[in-house]
Design a protein around this ligand. Structure first.
Ligand code: PLP
Length: 438
């Protein structure tokens, strides 16, 4: 096999050999993928040596930049010990230590591991359903998610996802679920506050559960920010009220913190801003700093106890081959260390304020609607966006050294927690240029 040294050579071979995720392959010629040779902090570098600022953290996973020395060192150290061992029948220090630290951080326990976010969703849904069955309430089999929710694309996760583009084709394969009113504050009535709107959305959930709690196992939510919906943000009172509503009706609350966990919304977990503890928390993406696939579901002692039994079938007999992979767990432990060593949450507050101030001109641009920010997530909608806006915006930004992927007419930033003033300036300048060009 010939070694490729240029972008063009890799593009030819990628077209012949790969099926890219979330991509109509016929459009690949018009929007070719970026051939990336290496990364340095927040920068991606292609085979021709061009640099692109990774302003969306490589699909929201990368927390501390690419090739972070401390995460690299942890993985290399672990490679010299054990790269992988099956977790059924074995255990190891990285998975135990990670589980203990996640338990301390979430207030939940007994971490169950998968590899991707969608696997975590599947695990939480199955556990909730099985809990009710083990507890003598087998009729509680239904799930509620929010309008425009995204929880992954395997069949169970897609059943509670509400994005037509991903879901409609597969509808005959999916189990029906109920979508409760979205608390997205962009939908407020004139004169209504985000908080009042969130309370109205929570009342809708209450109304549904009042009629259907007997057949509902769980409500699953993306706390504070519905990412794939276009960074739809809501007031934390929605979560506080949803917790209370679920408790009142005897229904589990699953917090899908796959995208918003690990500091993304300004607190370590988004649920902290509503001062609630869910019955299940799903974690992935940033958990390994964007290094290796890992997901985890943590739950309450009460749920765990309902599976603890002499009868094997009453246990949670779910598994994945790479469950609790030691390399991924070491990366995750290094990530938790960095949060402590670098006081990341506090440092991000300063970072976020600076980027928000640099985006002032973007915010007041006549085409910008619903400028919004939660922690290290910024988004706005573009009025009168022409057809193909997202793809053209992506291309134009790339030409100016900025890697972003708008969702429809929504432009968003979800940068790694290592961007500094010059990179923020680039984001603001390129965005303004795009608004004036497209
Ligand atoms: C909130 C949320 N849940 C679940 C998922 C699915 O994660 P994965 O793509 O790792 O399967 C995503 C992915 O974007 C997500 O944003």
């Amino acid at each position: 096999m010939n070694a490729c040294t240029s972008n063009t050579a890799w593009l030819d071979r990628t077209q012949a050999a790969l099926w890219h995720p979330c991509t109509q392959m016929k459009q690949l010629a018009a929007t070719p993928p970026l051939p990336i040779e290496r990364g340095e902090g927040p920068w991606l570098i292609d085979y021709d040596g061009r640099r692109y600022l990774d302003a969306i953290s490589s699909w929201w996973v990368n927390l501390f930049g690419h090739a972070e020395p401390r995460i690299n060192a942890a993985i290399v150290d672990q490679l010299g010990k054990i790269e992988h061992v099956m977790l059924a029948g074995c255990t190891h220090a990285p998975v135990v230590e990670l589980s203990e630290r996640l338990a301390w951080l979430t207030g939940l326990g007994h971490a169950f591991y998968g590899s991707d976010g969608a696997a975590a969703t599947e695990i939480a849904l199955k556990m909730s359903f099985h809990y009710w069955r083990n507890s003598g309430q087998p009729a509680k089999t239904g799930f509620v998610s929010l309008q425009h929710a995204y929880h992954g694309e395997t069949l169970g996760a897609l059943s509670v996802t509400d994005v037509a583009l991903f879901k409609a084709t597969y509808a005959p394969l999916l189990r029906p679920s109920h979508q409760a009113m979205s608390p997205d504050w962009r939908l407020v009535e004139p004169g209504e506050s985000a908080e009042a709107y969130a309370l109205r959305a929570a009342a809708d959930l209450d109304g549904y559960l009042a009629a259907h709690a007997d057949t509902t196992a769980a409500v699953i939510v993306e706390p504070l920010v519905q990412g794939a919906a276009g960074m739809a943000m809501h007031h934390p009172v929605y979560l506080t009220t949803a917790r209370e509503v679920c408790d009142r009706h005897g229904v589990h609350l699953i917090a899908d913190e796959i995208a918003v966990g690990f500091g993304r919304t300004g607190t370590f977990f988004a649920c902290e801003q509503a001062d609630i503890r869910p019955d299940f928390i799903c974690l992935s993406k940033g958990i390994t700093g964007g290094y290796l696939p890992l997901s985890a579901v943590l739950t309450t002692d009460q749920v765990y106890a309902a599976f603890y039994h002499d009868d094997s079938a009453q246990g949670f007999l779910h598994s994945h081959s790479y469950t609790g992979n030691p390399l991924a767990c070491r990366a995750a432990l290094a990530v938790l260390d960095i949060f402590e060593q670098d006081s990341v949450i506090e440092a991000n507050r300063v970072r976020a304020e600076h980027l928000t101030s640099l985006l002032a001109e973007v915010r007041s641009h006549p085409r910008v609607r619903h400028f919004r920010q939660t922690g290290m997530i910024w988004a706005f909608d573009v009025a009168d966006a022409p057809p193909g806006f997202g793809r053209n915006c992506h291309r134009l930004a790339l030409a100016q050294g900025l890697f972003i992927r708008p969702i429809g007419s929504t432009v968003y930033f979800m940068p790694p927690y290592v961007i500094e003033a010059p990179e923020m300036r680039l984001m603001a300048d390129v965005t303004l240029n795009i608004l004036q060009t497209l």
